[in-house]
Design a protein around this ligand. Structure first.
Ligand SMILES: *[C@@H]1O[C@H](CO)[C@@H](O)[C@H](O)[C@H]1NC(C)=O
Ligand SMILES: *[C@@H]1O[C@H](CO)[C@@H](O)[C@H](O)[C@H]1NC(C)=O
Ligand SMILES: *[C@@H]1O[C@H](CO)[C@@H](O)[C@H](O)[C@H]1NC(C)=O
Ligand SMILES: *[C@@H]1O[C@H](CO)[C@@H](O)[C@H](O)[C@H]1NC(C)=O
Ligand SMILES: *[C@@H]1O[C@H](CO)[C@@H](O)[C@H](O)[C@H]1NC(C)=O
Length: 506
């Protein structure tokens, strides 16, 4: 079965070369563009998991939602599956209906660098559609990997149009960059230079990647990556077993701050809907198929992360270095893993047996890198004025935080049980509520689940996985207590006080 394209697989061994690049520390390379009017924000969208969509209408909610948050275009990641053209057509049509833009991102896990003319023809086929993103009046095209592609041949095959080609090539491989207009850097997470969690001896920051790319690009456009999380936990129930995390705790907030300072021409959010690697910021109810990722995705909405990005996206487009003056309403966004990291799930976890490790991506038990995640609840305040936050995390001691107006991040120790939050200003409650998800002293579906639950106050709408997105939840599970149904409660209409307690998922 062709499931979620496992994007990072192809980078094994390639990314290691990043280390060879001189580390510039805080010397941020010069900006690719000084103009703030030509800045755009993209979100990477996996067509490989939307084969079950039946019409352009099925894309409308994604288009409207992303646009409302200031996202300018979806980078439509495509492989070579038989359904690809039908789904691309739906996505382009929906984007046109909804005033959104899209472009193709060729995934070279599936496409071959020898296919320059087929790729050029595919670009020509879609580039004439009204929703095609144009940059500098040229058809915008990107990729995942693809170093070695004959770019000139691809341009020739894209008859009738000029291209703005900004692929995810890797300067450290010595790839010839004369034919590109820009580059996408995929590595949105601190890493070891070899596509796994950092180690003491190999610890590559996201900024080191920014430095390497911007240096190689000179005046050409940089697409800087922004991601909220990375955790994947596929065992032998699939052929592409993989089990690791990248350090993610406060990454989403920290990265946006960095990006406002860096000021690249483009930002690509990685991703809108890659559930398997837990870096989705789009809704769970966005229609998609399931390759078993629902084991760690069910009841784990990330919508609050999209909310958090909104003032940062607005600030970025204005060339501002702070999101503070783009906050128009008070909001609290919080996230945490569903269990403390030391919980022992060895007797029921799906990754306790040997599995195919040709990729080098498989580890037994807790995901590789688990020690990098703190047992904390992370809280981002987007406040119109100074306010006090009280966090009661389970059986821990209540914590009081004085938060300033603007955007700031706070961290309190994780406690097992209910998670409740109250915001007061001058003695008056602004909002208060309980999270729909408890932290448990146990194993979610028997697993080591290092995905994050994201909530917000005021509480957002209910966002359950649909049945297609749950279809492989129980496949390979070692417990029978876990069923393929959403189990979060629903937040009441009023957010003060918000939410009902959900029963823990075991
Ligand atoms: C961008 O701005 C900097 C600082 O103001 C200036 O030194 C540089 O020449 C500008 N670059 C371009 C391409 O305009
Ligand atoms: C953009 O391209 C279109 C069609 O090729 C052309 O009509 C138009 O004049 C171009 N605009 C600019 C600003 O170059
Ligand atoms: C990697 O470096 C960061 C600081 O840049 C540090 O916080 C982290 O602990 C390091 N990770 C490892 C595994 O040494
Ligand atoms: C899988 O391969 C990687 C890379 O060689 C290795 O670090 C890891 O320990 C292997 N996993 C298992 C379960 O042997
Ligand atoms: C909270 O509960 C956990 C799990 O039951 C327990 O290990 C921990 O000691 C408790 N902490 C406090 C402060 O009571």
């Amino acid at each position: 079965m062709r499931a979620t394209p496992f994007l990072l697989t192809a980078l094994s061994g390639l990314a290691s070369l990043v280390q060879a690049y001189p580390k510039e520390g805080s010397t941020l390379a010069k900006r690719a563009s000084n103009s703030t009017t030509d800045r755009l924000v993209f979100a990477h969208f996996m067509i490989g998991i939307t084969s079950n969509r039946n019409s352009a209408d099925d894309y409308d909610d994604d288009m409207k939602n992303a646009k409302a948050y200031g996202i300018d275009a979806f980078a439509l990641n495509i492989g070579v599956d038989p359904y690809t053209d039908q789904q691309l057509g739906y996505a382009y049509d929906s984007a046109a209906k909804n005033g959104m833009n899209v472009f193709i991102s060729f995934d070279f896990n599936w496409w071959s660098t020898s296919q320059a003319s087929e790729i050029g023809q595919k670009i020509a086929q879609y580039g004439v559609k009204p929703a095609q993103l144009k940059v500098d009046n040229k058809t915008f095209v990107s990729s995942f990997a693809g170093d070695g592609l004959d770019v000139a041949a691809m341009r020739t095959a894209a008859t009738g149009m000029e291209l703005f080609f900004a692929p995810n090539f890797h300067p450290e491989q010595g790839t010839d960059l004369t034919e590109v207009d820009g580059l996408l850097n995929w590595m949105a997470w601190p890493n070891d230079g070899n596509n796994k969690a950092p180690t003491a001896g190999a610890n590559v920051t996201v900024q080191a990647g920014d430095d390497a790319y911007t240096k190689a690009l000179g005046d050409k456009a940089y697409i800087a990556p922004a991601s909220a999380w990375f955790s994947t936990h596929f065992g032998p129930e699939v052929s592409y077993s993989k089990n690791w995390i990248f350090p993610s705790d406060s990454l989403w907030f920290d990265r946006w701050q960095e990006l406002l300072t860096l000021g690249p021409r483009f930002i690509e959010i990685v991703t809108w809907n890659d559930y398997g690697e837990s870096h989705y910021i789009g809704p769970l109810n966005s229609p998609h198929t399931d390759d078993g990722a629902s084991k760690w995705v069910n009841d784990m909405p990330h919508d609050g992360w999209l909310d958090m990005a909104k003032p940062f996206i607005a600030a970025f487009k204005d060339g501002a270095t702070s999101a503070d003056s783009y906050i128009t309403d008070d909001e609290l966004i919080y996230w945490y893993r569903p269990t403390p990291r030391g919980i022992d799930c060895d007797s029921t976890d799906t990754c306790m047996v040997t599995a195919n490790n040709d990729s080098g991506n498989y580890f037994m038990g807790r995901p590789n890198g688990w020690e990098d995640m703190q047992d904390s609840v992370f809280v981002v305040s987007l406040f119109t004025d100074d306010a006090t936050i009280k966090v009661t995390s389970g059986n821990g001691t209540a914590q009081t935080i004085d938060a300033k107006a603007g955007a700031s991040i706070h961290q309190v120790p994780m406690g097992v049980g209910e998670q409740s939050f109250t915001v007061t200003r001058s003695g008056t409650t602004v909002f208060s509520g309980k999270s729909l998800k408890q932290i448990i002293d146990g194993c979610v579906c028997g697993l080591y689940n290092f995905n994050a639950y994201v909530g917000s106050l005021p509480a957002g709408p209910s966002d359950p996985l649909q049945s297609a997105g749950l279809q492989s939840l129980t496949q390979g599970l070692h417990v029978s207590t876990c069923s393929a149904t959403p189990s979060l409660g629903t937040a009441p209409a009023s957010s003060t006080p918000a939410a009902v307690a959900a029963k823990p998922t075991n």
